[in-house]
Design a protein around this ligand. Structure first.
Ligand SMILES: Cc1ncc(COP(=O)(O)O)c(C=O)c1O
Length: 465
């Protein structure tokens, strides 16, 4: 028999390990993997009642599956959402969240800085169905105001954005969107549910690629859509049930196990990313470094108002364009070249020739992606080894360049023991936290700190049908 978890709000680490667990009749410790496409009924009458919705019984894994239900409930607890549906990939989640809601004649406003495939959905797919789309620059509230002065049906945004780590003011844009009649869909992949909770800033729907930090070990693909129960049941569920982007139960099981360690992995990755950003900023071969919590990030105050830490991604430009970027990437001996992110293995990506190749040169220029831009997904290796690898690869771009500040400073900073504040009581947060830009001490580095974003959590009913 599964124990009933206490009613009081649980801290994120406990939610990640315990949330959603349903035990079968065998009283297993680990969540069971229900690798089954269908379910059997005691009788034809029970089958009929299940299809009528009057009996509570699983039907078919395209609609629902017990392993997926456990993951859905765990993600609801973590996000503070009423309901969740899982999909086979993050892109299936973005597509389902948008297409389930939209119809011909509707209007979408989206941040320009979107992952390449999300950009394609807005710029290319939606117009084919007679849905107008307009892009605005992430950080320019005036542009959001102008675009949302006209009625709109849906706003799609990503914050921090892939790959330039630009921030959108969630509370301000949600207010504008709601006044225009739009629902706000936030792609929260870069922040993860531990670092940013868009629903608390007024967003209506949050989407994830579970492929990234949630699995966290580069094994499986997955996506999640979270929102209000009424919207999920009435708008999203008929779409996913009938179009079939279901997540495999095996992938759901892997992601359940991945989540159990997210609270340990993510702070370590954030601490290393902050130290690496500081290290890169000192190197003469690097033209600019973008890291949300660094004092030189143009939106540092907004990042700190919305996020608990700067995240595990660092974006930087090497001097010398594509040639230098390729030579640098090819010289790395620990860090791999890949287009994935959020993995325990550190990965570098050249967005201009991979993830953002198809958005075109003009759009890349608007986004600030140059031929020297490199996106670095910081993993779980020892940060000293990562910095040494980066340092040697940078040396190989400009062997004659005078040595700039060296590795050990940053390494020492990261190695200083840093207690995590998980033992603190979760602070009661207002339902709607408005982002307020706070002045920051000038000398502050991008070092990560984690906080608890705990609000009274809604009861999430277990879905069967
Ligand atoms: C911000 C963002 N959204 C969505 C996706 C799509 O996720 P998936 O690859 O799981 O379909 C990605 C993938 O890199 C991403 O970075």
């Amino acid at each position: 028999m599964a124990k009933t978890l206490p009613d009081r709000p649980l801290r994120p680490a406990t939610q990640l390990v315990r949330g959603g667990t349903m035990r079968s009749g065998y009283d297993e410790t680990s969540e069971a993997l229900f690798l089954t496409s269908g379910f059997v009924y005691d009788s034809a009458e029970q089958a009929e009642a299940t299809f009528l919705g009057t009996a509570d019984h699983f039907q078919y894994s395209r609609f629902a599956n017990p392993t997926l239900s456990m993951l859905e409930q765990r993600l609801c607890l973590l996000e503070g959402a009423e309901a969740c549906r899982l999909t086979a990939t993050g892109m299936a989640a973005v597509h389902a969240a948008m297409l389930s809601h939209l119809k011909t004649g509707d209007r979408v406003v989206a941040s320009r800085a979107l992952f390449g495939s999300c950009h394609w959905i807005v710029s290319t797919l939606l117009p084919r169905y007679g849905i107008q789309a307009e892009f605005v620059d992430c950080g320019d509230l005036g542009q959001w105001q102008r675009a949302l002065a006209k009625p709109a049906n849906l706003v799609l945004l990503e914050t921090p954005s892939n790959p330039m780590l630009e921030m959108v003011d969630l509370a301000a844009v949600c207010d504008l969107a709601h006044a225009a009649g739009a629902v706000v869909v936030v792609d929260n992949v870069f922040a993860t549910p531990l670092l940013q909770k868009p629903l608390q800033f007024g967003a209506d729907v949050v989407v994830y690629s579970c492929t990234k930090h949630m699995d966290g070990q580069g094994r499986v693909l997955g996506g999640a859509v979270l929102g209000r129960k009424k919207w999920v049941d009435e708008v999203l569920q008929p779409f996913v049930r009938n179009t079939g982007p279901a997540m495999s139960p095996f992938n759901a099981w892997v992601i359940l196990k991945g989540l159990e360690t997210l609270h340990l992995r993510l702070p370590a990755m954030c601490r290393s990313a902050a130290a690496i950003a500081d290290f890169l900023a000192e190197r003469s071969e690097v033209a600019r470094v973008l890291y949300p919590f660094r004092v030189d990030h143009p939106q540092q105050a907004l990042a700190k108002a919305q996020m608990a830490a700067g995240g595990s991604l660092v974006t930087f430009d090497v001097k010398g364009g594509k040639d230098a970027a390729f030579r640098f990437m090819n010289a790395l001996r620990i860090i791999d070249v890949s287009n994935n992110l959020g993995d325990s293995k550190s990965l570098v990506t050249h967005p201009a020739t991979t993830t953002h190749m198809r958005v075109g040169a003009e759009e890349r220029a608007k986004l600030g992606i140059t031929d020297g831009t490199i996106r670095f997904s910081v993993g779980l290796e020892d940060v000293a080894d990562l910095i040494a690898d980066l340092s040697e690869a940078l040396d190989s771009i400009a062997p004659a360049a005078p040595a700039t500040r060296r590795v050990p400073l940053a390494v020492e900073m990261v190695r200083a023991p840093e207690p995590l504040p998980d033992t603190a009581e979760p602070a009661a947060k207002p339902k709607r936290a408005r982002a307020k830009a706070q002045p920051e001490p000038a000398a502050e580095s991008g070092a990560a700190m984690l906080f608890e974003l705990a609000s009274p959590l809604p009861e999430v009913p277990r879905r069967k049908g």
